[in-house]
Design a binder for this molecule. Structure first.
Ligand SMILES: Cc1ncc(COP(=O)(O)O)c(C=O)c1O
Length: 376
């Protein structure tokens, strides 16, 4: 029996991700497919690595979009850098910090958690104290905690971690492309992000970067990592090692169309300019906060460390969370619900990539105002 042609609705994606890709990105994904070992594609891979280095702010050769989403990249970091019995210090300021701790444990590490209350961040002194107590193999932080809207400051932490002889790992899934991550300047040894938030491509890739200290840990492991698909040494036989042979070995079939789209998204980021892009995200956030004020709505996260691209908004007393989100969706706008302890208490609004504009903010405020007017 004939099936209907796929006709997804057009949505303005203002949840915690994915965001709407630029039309150029969608067009690139529909470009003619070539094989994953085609000389043309090998050139696309090299260009993608080069542009991703620019966006991460790094000279690291080992910088690629992993197949799989952001989680795959973070899992690759933990499973390649940690060996059974290693110790890891993980900053937990929300759900995604807990997840990093879980990944490290699954890689066989003993994990010490440094926790902060929801909405708060971790002071560098608390990390220094733990490093003094006993230096671990690795310290990992979530830069942009998508569950609470908090931005974990990174300044100065890389130096502390390096002094202690440990590796500094950062989850920048929500921040990359929307605010500065600056891998080399912050002395970050490995970082993992995603394709579908501030970089403006669809989900499906986990951009990662590994510096020389991280790669030294990878190449001097006592044992093979307990993952074949995410084994960095195998992966770079395909992506090409620094100064290595140019004939690329088959590892898995790279998602060619996704990488086309991602390369185009990176091109757009670089064409806009990193600083201009961060300023655009910041301006959209400020306009949103102002607009929310006119609706009598408040943000959950303290102003001192609010993320620009992900806004956690307190749901007023007596307003039905699910009903409002459903009505917004009927108007073509997706917003996110609260996560974990904030479920039912907050909405999460992402202004990421193409959606960090005054026009989008004004449309959101207008529609939300109308929905709330009949919901209270
Ligand atoms: C901070 C953070 N880390 C990790 C992830 C997981 O990324 P993905 O959903 O692309 O696997 C997310 C997803 O929203 C996130 O916000």
């Amino acid at each position: 029996m004939a099936r209907n042609v796929l006709t997804p609705p057009t949505r303005l994606l203002l949840g915690p991700g994915p965001s709407n890709p630029a039309p150029e990105v969608s067009a690139a994904m529909a470009a003619p497919l070539v094989g994953h070992l085609d000389p043309y594609f090998l050139q696309v891979m090299d260009e993608t690595m080069a542009d991703l280095r620019t966006v991460f702010g790094t000279a690291n050769h080992h910088t690629i979009p992993m197949s799989g989403t952001g989680t795959a990249g973070l899992e690759a970091i933990m499973f390649n850098l940690l060996e059974p019995g290693d110790e890891a210090i993980i900053g937990v300021i929300g759900y995604f910090g807990q997840r990093l701790a879980e990944l490290a444990e699954r890689a066989g590490a003993r994990v010490r958690r440094i926790e902060a209350p929801l909405g708060e961040v971790i002071a560098p002194e608390r990390i220094a104290e733990q490093l003094d107590r006993r230096p671990p193999k690795l310290v990992a932080l979530v830069h942009a905690e998508t569950s609470t809207g908090a931005e974990q400051p990174l300044a100065g932490i890389g130096a502390l971690v390096r002094e202690a002889g440990a590796l500094f790992v950062v989850d920048c899934v929500t921040s990359l492309g929307g605010t500065a991550v600056d891998v080399d300047r912050q002395l970050i040894d490995a970082a993992g992000s995603c394709s579908q938030k501030c970089l403006g491509a669809p989900p499906g890739l986990g951009p990662v970067t590994f510096g020389p200290r991280a790669m030294a840990a990878v190449t001097t492991r006592r044992s093979k990592p307990a993952t074949w698909y995410l084994d960095l040494q195998l992966l770079f036989q395909y992506w090409g090692d620094a100064g290595g042979p140019r004939d690329r070995a088959f590892h898995h079939t790279a998602p060619v169309a996704n990488i086309y789209g991602f390369r185009e998204a990176l091109r757009l980021v670089i064409e806009e300019g990193l600083e201009a892009r961060y300023a655009r995200h910041r301006a959209a956030h400020e306009r949103l906060v102002e607009g929310l004020g006119t609706l009598g709505l408040l943000l959950f996260t303290p102003e001192t460390h609010r993320l620009p691209m992900l806004n956690v908004i307190l749901i007023p007393e007596g307003v039905d969370d699910v009903a409002v989100r459903r009505q917004m969706l009927e108007r073509g706008i997706e917003i996110g619900g609260g996560f974990g302890p904030l479920k039912g208490k907050a909405w999460r609004v992402g202004l990421m990539g193409t959606n960090a504009t005054p026009e989008v903010v004004d449309r959101l405020i207008g529609e939300l105002g109308e929905v709330l007017a009949v919901s209270r």
